[in-house]
Design a protein. Structure first.
Length: 172
């Protein structure tokens, strides 16, 4: 997910009238939704000139989506005065350790881990460096959330793999 700032006000009714596929129902939600097929994203556009882009699979896809939206707006007569400022807010990624994890044992040995299998089948681990949250499943699958850069995801997954290996909670 990325936030985008255009540093200008936008007339959402004008955009909704001119841009095909723009979804705007101000009585239900104050933003306009613009979906792209390539890259497959959904972007919320607000009258303040702020946007929220979701669904991109990489940082470069976020930039492509934002550039495409600016081109679409300009093509339909919406003046965009400045280059959009894009900031990644949250990356959600999945990984596979290619080994099973003894979650009961990991929960006892990993400081700060939360594991309540009656409520949720994964172990929740808040890592401080990089600052991310990892959902670790017994299958070895992991969901990493909270990163702001792709390198942070890679670092977190490598770090948790080494930690779980050292704690001897991985099995083939």
């Amino acid at each position: 997910m990325a936030s985008v700032t255009l540093d200008q006000e936008l007339n959402l009714e004008k955009i909704a009238e001119r841009v095909p596929n723009a979804e705007y129902s101000p009585e239900q939600f104050p933003g306009l939704v613009l979906r792209l097929k390539k890259p497959k994203t959904a972007t919320l556009i607000f009258s303040s000139g702020k946007m929220v882009c979701t669904g991109a699979k990489s940082e470069s896809e976020v930039n492509k989506a934002v550039n495409t939206i600016v081109k679409v707006l300009k093509k339909h007569g919406i003046e965009i005065r400045s280059k959009p400022k894009v900031e990644i807010q949250n990356i959600v990624a999945s990984a596979n350790l290619k080994a099973g994890v003894d979650l009961e044992r990991a929960a006892r040995l990993l400081e700060g881990a939360m594991y309540e299998p009656e409520q949720f089948p994964g172990l929740i681990y808040r890592m401080s460096d990089p600052r991310v949250v990892l959902l670790i499943f017994s299958s070895g699958k992991i969901v990493c959330t909270g990163a702001r850069r792709e390198e942070e995801v890679e670092r977190a997954v490598n770090k948790i793999y080494e930690l779980l290996r050292e704690l001897n909670v991985l099995y083939l």
